[in-house]
Design a protein around this ligand. Structure first.
Ligand code: GDD
Ligand code: MN
Length: 379
């Protein structure tokens, strides 16, 4: 993706001279936020100057063409404001990381442009950093925080579900928050950042795994001007982002989960093909079973190669497919073998055949998973 920057002239704030490091760099991503940037800038600089922090405001705009450049130029006559316009690139998370990489302050803050995040919380965030925190998250759900808006039940439910899904990744009350602060030195430690979608704080929390994490309560307000950019596309991107972060933090759990999901889909396909070929093609039992086995085995092989065990893609497809079907057949033998031994050998299982069957399926799946996750192509 091409990203062309065009910094507008920087007017130096009275508090810090050219070349001097400001205390704070506040990064604000914008897309069609022209009417919000002036009141936001006014509030930010009112708060930071009364707290005596020298501050630069970095606005990262994705070529909104809504006159934000004029607004920023006007603000820059009074404060230290820099506008970075990205042409060709779109995306909240990449915009924020780009702004942070251009920042010069000792501390970095990221917040939305739409006045949902109260700049008045900044001094408390800075204080927490100055006391040794290495990441500060502004939270709606920690004690003292809240939401001042009329979100409908639909958006509320989506937000709750999204929060629940992220909980195992970061032990914070509001992993969805887009208002956070960290020392620039910490940010520079972040490797393998792979921003996607909206959740840049979550990305940093997982990749940096900060030890001293502090939450500061905020009252989140709904925007007054403009529209939210949270589209369905962004929500789907969030799921992809989550998968990536789970793969990073819990590779085993992710692989096992996906393997089981693929196995489950394969089972449905297996049953469908088995019944379908008998009904519509009149195949006999053995033939229908074999066709169903090859179809579901191939489906599972393909999905696991592309989604579960990513390192599997390094091997040539044909031999891998053949050995996959071979191992799955072994797994099937273990499945049936376990069932037979259990039901013939013990009364308890003879009376509960479905339990023996489940144990068999589990034993087969464990063998399959063991073989595939230890694939030599992993190294
Ligand atoms: N540069 C750039 N590029 N900025 C963007 C883009 C983009 O593609 N998309 C959105 N933004 C900016 C908006 O202009 C705004 O300043 C900020 O990112 C948040 O966008 P909103 O559209 O207001 O998002 P939201 O209110 O739905 O979501 C906010 O609340 C969530 C918690 O409920 C954000 O803060 C999320 O990060 C937060 O998780
Ligand atoms: Mn918003």
């Amino acid at each position: 993706m091409k990203s062309h920057e065009e910094p507008t002239p920087i007017a130096q704030a009275p508090r810090n001279k050219p070349g001097e490091t400001p205390d704070l760099s506040i990064v604000v991503p914008t897309y069609k936020e022209a009417e919000n940037i002036e009141p936001l800038g006014g509030r930010i600089f009112a708060v930071t100057s009364s707290a005596n922090f020298s501050t630069e405001l970095i606005v990262v705009d994705d070529d909104s063409q809504d006159g934000i450049d004029l607004k920023c130029r006007e603000l820059a006559t009074r404060y230290n404001v820099r506008l970075i316009t990205r042409n060709g690139a779109r995306g909240l998370a990449t915009a924020v990381l780009h702004g942070m990489s251009q920042a010069r302050g000792r501390l970095l803050v990221c917040m939305d442009a739409d006045l949902s995040h109260p700049p008045e919380a900044i001094p408390a965030m800075v204080q927490a950093l100055n006391r040794g925190a290495d990441f500060v998250l502004a939270s709606r759900y920690t004690r003292g925080g809240g939401i001042k808006h009329g979100w409908g039940p639909h958006r509320f439910a989506i937000s709750k579900l999204a929060t629940l899904l992220a909980r195992p990744l970061a032990s914070v009350t509001d992993p969805m928050s887009g208002f956070f602060a960290l020392p620039r030195a910490e940010f520079l430690h972040a490797h393998d950042l792979a921003p996607l979608g909206y959740k840049v704080a979550l990305e940093l929390l997982v990749r940096l795994a900060p030890k001293r994490l502090v939450e500061v309560p905020i009252h989140f307000e709904d925007r007054r001007f403009g529209k939210s950019k949270l589209s369905l596309h962004v929500q789907l991107e969030y799921l992809r982002h989550l998968r990536r972060l789970y793969r990073y933090k819990y590779p085993f759990v992710l692989e096992l989960g996906q393997f089981l999901l693929v196995g489950f889909l394969g089972l449905i396909l297996d049953l469908g093909v088995y019944v379908g070929t008998q009904l519509f093609l009149g195949l006999n039992h053995i033939l229908a079973r074999s066709v169903a086995f090859i179809c579901s085995g191939s489906h599972n092989w393909f999905r696991n190669r592309h989604h579960t065990f990513l390192y599997g893609r390094m091997r040539r497809p044909l031999p891998q497919w053949v050995s996959y079907l071979f191992v799955v057949s072994l797994g099937f033998l273990v499945n049936v073998g376990t069932y037979t031994v259990l039901t013939v050998g013990t009364r308890a299982f003879a009376d509960r055949r479905y339990l023996a069957m489940l144990t068999g399926i589990l034993a087969g799946a464990v063998l399959n998973f063991y073989v595939f996750s230890r694939s030599p192509a992993r190294q």
